[in-house]
Each structure stands twice: as C-alpha cells, then as structure tokens.
Design a protein around this ligand. Structure first.
Ligand SMILES: Cc1cc2nc3c(=O)[nH]c(=O)nc-3n(C[C@H](O)[C@H](O)[C@H](O)COP(=O)(O)O)c2cc1C
Ligand code: SF4
Length: 401
C-alpha cells in the first residue's frame, strides 16, 4: 500500500445534526433471522457486534414494508405497530454500542420467489425470472397506492423507533428500482414511460412521508444503482437524472451500488476491479449530498485512498466486517496480519455462503472462524462446524492459487 496514513478516515462529519465519528460505515446487511418479521435476539446481537467494530454507522439491511415485499419468511418487516418495540430495541442497542443507526426499507418486487416468501410475485410489469422460472404479475394502480402508503408507514416507524436515518432501497432490482428501470417497467400509464412517470412512486412516497413527518427531512438516505448490466437497463445517465430529482428532497446520503439478481456474476467482477468506486465518484461530482462508496473494499488503506481521492465522503464494508468484525480494530492497533479476510474477496465466486444459505435452509452464517456466530438456533449451531470445514478447504484452495 502506498498510503499508510488513515487520517482522512477519522475526520468527523455531521449529517442532519447527527455526528459521524469517522468515515467508516457498515453497509446494509440482512441476516434472515427475524421471526414472523419481528426483530430477534440474534439480530440485535449481530448488529450490536457490528456497532462495536469501530464504524460510525451500522445499516440494518432489507427490512420489508410487508410480507408481500419480503424476500424470505425470515426477513424483518416494518410498518405495522406490532414491529415498533423490536425496532426500537434494535436501534437502542446499535447506538449503545457506539454507532449511528440506519434502517433500510424495501419491497422485493419481481425478483421475489414464492418458494421463499409464500407470496404472489408482483412488479411494475410482467417479468419472467428465467433462472428460477418465476413470473411476476403487473401491479394495479390501487395496489401501487397501497404500496406507497406501506412505504410511508415503514419509513416513519423506522424514524420514530429512533433510527438516525432511514435508507430507501432504490437498487438491486427491487421494486422501487424496477419502477425506475426501463428493463422492468413497461407500463403505459402514469407510472411508466418517461422518467418523471417512472419516478412517480418514489416522489409520492417522499412527499407523503415529509407531509406526515416533517422531521424526516434530511434523514432519508438512498441506495442507488449505477448499472443494471442489461439491455434497456438503468445506466449512468439514469442515475444522474435520479440524483437531480432526489437532491430536491434533501437526502441524508447516497450509497452507490449496481446489478440485479440475474446479473450478479457481472457485478462481482466489476466490484473486484473497483468499478463501483468510480460509480460513486461520478455521483460525488454531480451532487453535494454525502456519498458512500462501497463494494469490494477490503481494507482501511483503500478506504483512505477513496476518501482522500474524492471518490466519496464515506466508505462501506459488508463482507470484510462479516468475515472479521474486528478488522478495523486490528488495523488501527497494528494487528493487521491477524485479520481474517472474506474468501470471496480473495477470489470472486469462491464463497457465497452468507448470501445464499437462506435459499437453502432459511439461515445465515459466515464460514470464517473470526465471524460472529448466532445463538439459540439449532440449524445454525450445526452450521458452525460445517462452516469451519468449508473455510479450511476454501482457504487452502484460494491461497494455493
Ligand atoms: C450477507 C449479505 C447480506 C446483504 N444484505 C444486503 C441488504 O439487505 N441490502 C443491501 O442493499 N445490500 C445487502 N448486501 C450487499 C452489501 O451491502 C454490499 O453491497 C456487498 O456485499 C458488496 O460490498 P462488500 O464487498 O463490502 O461486501 C448484503 C451482502 C451480504 C454479503
Ligand atoms: S460467508 Fe464467505 S462470502 Fe460471506 S463473508 Fe464469510 S467468507 Fe465472505
């Protein structure tokens, strides 16, 4: 590494009155350990552990606006008043452990799988997800209105349960992204066609939220997609147009990502060569809203280079912190050599266990010995042994290349 200094990472920053002690963010992660949509002890423990990792903000990943919008039966849900208590406890614990808290809100849309969420799959238009053989149905106007209302309820509930920020998921081919992208949205009514129409659902959600809860202004961050990697998909000019529209709503931050479920392979390759960081840099040039660069950042020195090189204001880590939640602490205390890296960061495609285990047995775990381990779950207890043997095998293969 050329630059061994980490001074840029430890410059404080304030967003909407909230102080960030540094520029390190724990990227949105969903661990599929909710029960009937409710926050569980495992969820609180996992995110509290991340809050102790040395980041300035923990983003709790994909929390659905309803079971229809949930990608599995074990994803978190927000909106109904019964979820309030659990969310409040989660926010409280993240903050108690030293980090700001953000809750990401989403609807899975046409990429859902009825085998995982027991729901009819819906999207802006009909879509055939070839890989899994699932066809989605096009939403009716009254259903879209209902979804707008559900988004508002969930966003307001997240805010009232003391999350510092709410992150609206406009990427990865989930419902709101599907409305934005011509690849998914073939509607001929006021929700399809020109960009203003494709943006309508987001505009309606934000206007309604701000009217009902003016204190939300400045507190909503957005997960944006820079590239769908498909013909007619969302690309550079679209994200630039989107940022122009969103800037009028005084966003807390933008976090820049890319890809759909069906283009996952392409996105991992792009991530590996640092292309996502350039997507973030482009947005930073176009907007004064704070930008989080993420995707394939494996160490604090790259993070420092990204901040000092004006790629972004913050940097996000997911798999590095899943694989070794002490990664930041080990670096700043001079124990870098003890960091256990994510195997997928070492070699693209070598491991997907944390992401895809849920499709097999509804659980989450990471194979490294340094990762957080869940409790109270028979399935995952069994997995711990299995994980370690996978890690030993994969690690020896990756290092022998
Ligand atoms: C287990 C796991 C769960 C994830 N869950 C979410 C999520 O809920 N929402 C989201 O936007 N991204 C999610 N991601 C993507 C990460 O936020 C991140 O964009 C991706 O892993 C690339 O960053 P990295 O190289 O730092 O891991 C998840 C990733 C992993 C590995
Ligand atoms: S399970 Fe595999 S891909 Fe996921 S964080 Fe751990 S090592 Fe990385």
């Amino acid at each position: 590494m050329k630059n061994r200094k980490l001074d840029y990472l430890y410059k404080k920053k304030k967003i909407a009155g909230v102080i960030f002690k540094n520029r390190l963010i724990s990227s949105p992660i969903s661990i599929n350990m909710a029960k009937n949509g409710f926050v569980t002890k495992n969820i609180i423990n996992f995110f509290s552990n991340l809050a102790r990792s040395g980041v300035s903000m923990v983003t709790v990943g994909a929390t659905a606006i309803s079971q229809q919008g949930n990608d599995t039966l074990r994803g978190m849900i927000a909106g109904d008043k019964k979820y309030f208590k659990g969310l409040k406890l989660l926010a409280k614990n993240i903050k108690k452990n030293g980090a700001n808290a953000s809750l990401q809100i989403y609807h899975v849309g046409a990429q859902g799988n009825p085998k995982h969420n027991n729901q009819e799959i819906v999207g802006p238009s009909k879509y055939f997800f070839k890989k899994i053989g699932v066809k989605s149905r096009s939403l009716k106007i009254n259903e879209i209105k209902r979804i707008e209302d559900d988004f508002c309820k969930s966003i307001i509930q997240a805010f009232k349960s003391n999350f510092d920020f709410v992150e609206l998921h406009l990427a990865h081919g989930y419902l709101l992204h599907e409305f934005l992208s011509n690849y998914f949205n073939k509607r001929k009514d006021k929700y399809g066609g020109v960009f203003n129409n494709r943006f309508r659902i987001i505009k309606n959600i934000l206007e309604k939220c701000y009217k009902l809860e003016p204190n939300l202004i400045g507190k909503i961050g957005f997960r944006l997609s820079a590239n769908d990697y498909v013909k007619n998909g969302f690309v550079k000019k679209d994200i630039e147009q989107l940022v122009k529209k969103l800037d009028k709503f005084k966003p807390a931050y933008y976090v820049v990502t890319a890809g759909l479920y069906e283009t996952a392979d392409k996105k991992y390759q792009d991530m590996k060569i640092g292309k996502y960081w350039y997507y973030a840099k482009n947005i930073k040039k176009k907007s004064s809203t704070p930008v989080i660069a993420q995707g394939g950042i494996t160490n604090l020195y790259t993070a420092q280079d990204l901040i000092s090189g004006d790629f972004s204001d913050f940097v996000g880590f997911a798999q590095s912190l899943i694989a070794d939640p002490k990664m930041i602490i080990k670096t700043i205390t001079g124990n870098e050599k003890k960091i256990i890296p994510c195997v997928a960061h070492l070699k693209v495609g070598s491991c997907h266990r944390c992401r895809y285990l849920k499709q097999k047995d509804n659980s989450f775990s990471c194979i490294t010995p340094s990762s957080w381990k869940p409790s109270e779950d028979i399935v995952t207890k069994k997995n711990i042994k299995k994980d370690l043997s996978i890690w030993k095998k994969l690690n020896s293969q990756v290092y022998s290349i």
